[in-house]
Design a protein around this ligand. Structure first.
Ligand SMILES: Nc1ncnc2c1ncn2[C@@H]1O[C@H](COP(=O)(O)OP(=O)(O)OP(=O)(O)O)[C@@H](O)[C@H]1O
Length: 344
């Protein structure tokens, strides 16, 4: 079932939490809403679920306008950060809740509950209460409960945020599997974690200050971010001031890329791991080094641009120059792109 938002604006008093959002999630597609805290991601999800009412705009499910339809009648599965299981109900009854509310026959309820618990690997825990489960197990039950009603739309709001790093990685794997098991469901996944968005989403929608900034297939957005904000938010790219002259992009006077962009205030985008310390590169200095396990994050400056830090990731096995030493930075043209500098 396709989800469509057309010019959806949500206001809380004088706060505009979401401004004119246009977004479509196709059946079978996973879209991640990615953005910093307070950018309006959860508000967008709540508007689709029907928990908040837009002050302007329309929401359609499979072409049908549901803007004025109450949440329970939209047939949407919702999973939020804090699980929100019913504490007084056992796991099986939590999962059965929506089916019983829809007055499904008893045999169908038990069959479906068993199927769902099987899918999330929680059959053994059917008789437990939520308080007797770990955070990850509770989250699986929440997902089973959301899917039990066979929703055509699944909304996930930071479902892994309350879990520790190991569990988060495990659950991310589970969610990838889940996507394959419900191939026709439209999934909207709210997160501020770019690695979750990249791992799960077909397309990523980047939000900032209540607005959609960019939306594109995940790989495209990462490889060629259309804006400076997306370049730095998704993958922490370097944004370096350049000069454009005669079809050439120059960094501190050194040619790095050819371009059709004629003029304007442009920034060069390059990811820290794409820059190499090599021969005949752009001369600069190492100003700091931070060991990060498998890699080291180096902060360098380029001669002539002393106030612009350049982040470089190198494998931790590489021998590092000493802090203060001269370095030569190689920026492969294929790893470089341009974005317009922002006015702020
Ligand atoms: N019920 C509410 N009443 C008043 N203001 C609200 C309410 N809900 C959200 N807001 C405001 O709307 C803006 C967007 O909030 P929203 O929860 O959508 O952001 P978010 O991107 O999901 O953030 P986070 O990642 O921190 O959850 C924020 O400025 C927030 O303070």
């Amino acid at each position: 079932m396709t989800v469509e938002l057309e010019e959806v604006t949500v206001q809380f008093g004088r706060t505009v939490a979401l401004e004119g959002l246009n977004l479509t999630v196709a059946a079978g597609e996973t879209v991640a809403l990615l953005g910093p805290s307070g950018s309006g991601k959860s508000t967008a999800l709540k508007a689709i679920a029907g928990f908040v009412r837009p002050s302007r705009g329309r929401i359609r499910l499979a072409g049908v306008d549901v803007t004025d339809v109450p949440p329970a009648r939209r047939g949407i599965g919702v999973v939020v950060q804090q699980y929100a299981l019913f504490p007084h109900l056992r796991v099986a009854d939590n999962v059965a809740f929506g089916l019983r509310a829809a007055r499904k026959p008893r045999a169908e309820v038990s069959r479906r509950v068993a199927e769902m618990l099987e899918m999330v690997g929680m059959c053994m825990f059917a008789r437990r209460f939520p308080r007797e489960l770990s955070g990850g197990q509770q989250q699986r039950v929440a997902i089973a409960r959301a899917l039990a009603i066979q929703p055509q739309v699944l909304l996930l709001d930071e479902p892994l945020a309350a879990l520790d790093a190991q569990l988060r990685a495990d659950m991310l794997g589970e969610l990838q599997k889940l996507r394959r098991e419900v191939p026709d469901v439209a999934i909207l996944y709210v997160t501020h974690d770019q690695s979750e968005a990249l791992a799960l989403a077909d397309r990523i929608a980047v939000m900032r200050d209540a607005r959609l900034v960019d939306i594109a297939p995940s790989a495209d957005l990462y490889a060629a971010p259309p804006s400076a904000f997306t370049a730095s938010f998704l993958g922490g790219a370097n944004l370096l001031p350049v000069e454009l002259a005669g079809g050439e992009v120059r960094l501190a006077g050194h040619p790095v890329l050819r371009t059709d962009v004629a003029s304007g205030n442009q920034l060069l985008v390059i990811r820290p791991h794409a820059i190499k310390l090599g021969e005949n590169g752009i001369p600069g200095r190492l100003v700091a080094a931070q060991w990060r396990g498998a890699s080291s994050r180096l902060t360098c400056t380029i001669d002539g641009l002393p106030d612009v830090p350049v982040q470089v990731d190198v494998p931790a096995s590489n021998r590092l120059p000493g802090v203060g030493a001269k370095v030569s930075l190689v920026l492969p043209a294929e790893a470089c792109s341009l974005v317009a500098a922002e006015g702020r």
